[in-house]
Design a protein around this ligand. Sequence first.
Ligand code: HEM
Length: 470
Amino acid sequence: MECYLFFGFHLYGLHAADCIPHTISMDSSILLALLLALFIPIFLHLLTRFKNSSYNLPPGSLGFPFIGQSISFLRALRSNTDYQWFQGRIRKYGPVSKMWLFGSPAVLMAGPAANHFIFSNKDLLFTGTRSINVLTGRNILMLSGEELKQVRGALQNFLSPEMLIKCVSKIDEEVRRHVKVNWVGHKTVKVLPLAKRLTFDIICSVIFGQEAGSVREVLATDFQTMVKAALSIPVKIPFTRFSRGLSASQRIRKLLRGIARERETLLQQGHGASADDFFTYMLALRAGCAHSLTVEDIVDNAIFLLIAGYETTSVLITFMLWHLDKEPEVLGKITEEQDEIARNKGPEDALTWNDVSRMKYTWKVFTAQSVTHLDANIFPEPSNFDPARFENNSSIPPYCFVPFGGGPRMCPGNEFARTETLVTMHYLVTQFRWKMCCKEESYKKDPSPTPLLGLPIELEPRCLPENAHA
Ligand code: HEM
């Protein structure tokens, strides 16, 4: 089952979210904050109920004012029972129901028919929770019409195969550096934090280009703090997750604004036009009037791209190593494919686009891993890790297997994700064998799937195939 949550009731022409304040700024006293936090939601709840009454909304309860179902949903995510939570609502209200999450009204839609409706409807406006919107600003998720067309067009060009072909050597260099520093010579490592740092460094080098080294050191911690606040109740009370996330987001924005201004000045002086980083690319398009985004819009979209580009792929790599520890046969087949590629390269040769295109079996296994589709009517024994079920894609009914979404809003970073994941797996599989330190490890969603212990593994160096690169 694939579930979609829409925030803001946009589907029904009712922008109920508009009547929720941004953050409530209450620096003077926590008591005042608490009083306001109590009073404002009740007032807003009455106001929204009054406003909503004339609309034909789907079934479902909006729950306690302002908080709605946030706490029970968070609890389900953290105990990894979100699937059961969704199922419970679907049993009670059907596949389409309304609710209130993290400060915003939301609509839950589930099943292939919902996927079809969502992917084929180009006028649908996606939006994050109120907390995500406040933290990440006015990014692609919140745009529609001409603005969306311009940003998507620019992103698709920027992440196109032509750009990726040039980018593979940059990704290769980054992966090798990480493996050498953080993996080689270590008896045990924690996979999740290393994978996060690796994918963060890669996406930073794509967004900031040459300056990435200094910028990413400053940004790394603030990004973790901001992402952790994505699923929190958006009330600015000191020492809460949301408040810490908001401060981190303000620091990130200030730094990125500074970089954007510097690059803009360089461009005006006739320098840097040939640079291939996201910032310079978007600013050069702006200078040539190819889009109407402001510098602030470019900063917001860079923040979103940083999050979209590192959280997802790092989780994919982590869970892949987890599954492969339990699947020696699948690991054997992947190793065969990767050794064959390594054998044809010199010790210092970087992987190329051509090499990545030959990693067909490895990618199939990854695709199986990223499945969140747990409907047993479509995928028998859906929680089993079974790459073979994707060998014949034509046997999967339409709109049932959509790890990267679909239609006009399909993930524009899918090829990029594929490339960095495969390059990383190439170096790990050819150089190491691993065993999980704790067989009992489980995971929660925070907001993305997170092994509770970070997935510590014991590493054993592996003899490389003859002639292979290190
Ligand atoms: C395993 C890795 C990834 C997965 C599973 C994934 C999945 C998704 C999904 C499901 C969507 C929503 C699509 C829809 O609603 O139809 C999305 C949107 C998006 N993704 Fe990814 N993604 C991944 C990696 C990346 C990377 C590496 C980047 C950037 C370099 C990226 C950039 C984006 C952007 C910009 C959007 C918003 C598109 C829009 O709203 O029009 N993603 N992704």
